[in-house]
Design a protein around this ligand. Sequence first.
Ligand code: C2E
Ligand code: CA
Ligand code: CA
Length: 394
Amino acid sequence: MQHATMSHSTNRLLVFDDDPGMCSLVEDIASSVGYTARSVNSSDEFFQLFGNFRPDVIVLDLNLKGSDGIDHLRFIAENNSRAKILIVSGVDNRTLSSAERLGRSVGLDMLGSLRKPFDIDVLEALLNGALTPDVVDIDSELPLAIETNQLLLHYQPKFTLQADGGARLHGVEALVRWQHPQSGLRFPDEFIPTAEKSGLILPLTEIVLRQAMERMVEWSAGGLDLTVGVNIPARMVNDARFPDRVFALLSEFALPPDRLTLEITERDVMTNTETAMANLTRLRIKGIELSVDDFGTGHSSLVQLYRMPFNELKIDKSFVMDCENNDEARTIVEIITTLGHKLGMVVCAEGVETLPTWRYLQELGCQRAQGYLMSRPIPGEDIAGFARDFSPPA
Ligand code: C2E
Ligand code: CA
Ligand code: CA
């Protein structure tokens, strides 16, 4: 069925530039035009995300650290990608056109080239023209995806920061992906909102909990005892059957409750019904860890926060990602850290992308960190290898 879903675009765009400012500019423009956009700063990340994300449009810089972009054009061609390629670079126009010709000669669908600094309107128009009507109708295909096991988990490592500047792997956060049979790997921002509206979020969360626990058992058998964080929607927190369901799963897999962390966004926490309160208290009494996710974006009052039995506060990644270059973001990170500590909670910073941010958090006394600097979310089978090879960023 040919169907255009405007709100959950299935057009994916990948920017590869070693300048993070350029990445976010292109990402912002692409999102405003209707793409699901991602960016990478290094070749390794590019090769990894290229396979996972399967972009429809690639925006490629030619002057990259340790490479000239031509390697990447070849790589894209060798992988039989049908992505449209836009070259954006500071090199002169003749070099740009010759790179474009080269791309065509290896069979790539070249969208064109733009010389930096470029006119934003021109980029916008080019990206607009490259949008294809969506062929995946998220709303109607999600029920089948759930029934036929198309959902899988990636895991993002989460670390405990140590006073001596070191760090150790503490656990992982489970993040759901949808392996669509035709269109490849889809990210949760495309289908979680739909699932929440339709109620499918309940069976989805059940699948996530079960898959995560299966993995935990497998990791434990290999000597790796990790905590696993699972994202829990408001609907579930407000369902009186929820705690018993979690207890039953934990005993089915013979897992200690303190190895499971339930992450609930600050927004959802504030729905604050009596049932939610009773559920959270029951879960916490059993020893399950409770984490307030995306803290700083909702509007919780201190009293509400104080009353709830949470033991971890996760600072929203928007503040953490900005804190290197923005005084206000840094102030927010500091205040949330102090607040969490005063309330006896462990504070976790999410969205750590740079070494200065990592060091700053360590100085601040923030105990946990998660982010692309250490690792992107990766498949479950890669976690043991990651744990073996990990050394703290330095
Ligand atoms: P979240 O719970 O805040 O999860 C963290 C998201 O931030 C993940 O995106 C992760 O890849 C991304 N992230 C982590 N570190 C960095 C970083 O350093 N830089 C940047 N730019 N991003 C970083 P992902 O996997 O696309 O998930 C997006 C959201 O989808 C999650 O946000 C969560 O709200 C939702 N979600 C994911 N899995 C599930 C699930 O199983 N159930 C429910 N209900 N929601 C889920
Ligand atoms: Ca989360
Ligand atoms: Ca979060």
